[in-house]
Design a protein around this ligand. Structure first.
Ligand code: 2AM
Length: 185
């Protein structure tokens, strides 16, 4: 079987996708860049690149054993990377749960031969692509919060001039134990 282009990521609740798409349309002019389709909005945890089926199976087995707690994501930061032409949304302070999950997945990927960028992990949701010209960013003050109960493995597939992301598998994060919360307060 052929290799697949894979990445682990967090998907957004449907309502959040719709809200972000409306905000994006009100915030950035059409010439700013190519909008990412609502259903494709995601936050990448670990990019794997082209992966052979055996490696994909092994990484999925490891992912299924991850025991990390759920967390909330607050989107309150935006930026522009002119070189890759990306306008993104992110968090001023990434939650520990997000950083730990990404770090685990990236370490497992690296151990299985998937090259990991030497750049520090900068969690972001790409809103616009091909944004290579200067873009006016909105003033800070916006923020959206959503709960992250799971993470997924996606295949990036290109056909008929379009890239689509297909969910291959998802795994739940560990719910907060209410007793643990009570006893720690
Ligand atoms: P981006 O949104 O910042 O472009 C699917 O392509 C996902 O994997 C996207 O979120 C993309 O990030 C990320 N991605 C693509 N190529 C990558 C690379 N070489 N290193 C890290 N992430 C990459």
């Amino acid at each position: 079987m052929a290799t697949q282009r894979l990445f682990f990521a967090i998907s957004l609740p449907d309502a959040m996708q719709q809200q972000l798409v409306r905000w994006r349309a009100d915030t950035f002019p059409a010439e700013a860049g190519q909008p990412v389709a609502a259903a494709s909005l995601h936050l990448t945890l670990a990019f794997l690149g082209e992966v052979a089926p055996e490696t994909s199976r092994r990484l999925q087995t490891l992912a299924s054993r991850i025991d990390q707690p759920v967390f909330d994501l607050e989107l309150n930061d935006a930026g522009h990377w002119p070189r890759p032409g990306v306008v993104w949304l992110g968090c001023q302070r990434a939650p520990r749960g997000l950083l730990q999950l990404a770090s685990l997945l990236r370490a497992q990927a690296a151990r299985h031969g998937c090259h990991q960028s030497p750049q520090p992990f900068h969690p972001h949701i790409t809103l616009l692509r091909q944004a290579t010209q200067p873009v006016a960013l909105p003033p800070r003050g916006f923020h959206w919060r959503f709960h992250v109960p799971a993470f997924s493995l996606f295949a990036s597939e290109y056909s008929r001039g379009r890239t689509r992301y297909r969910t291959l598998a998802s795994w739940p994060l560990r719910s907060q134990d209410p007793h643990a919360l009570l006893s720690s307060s």
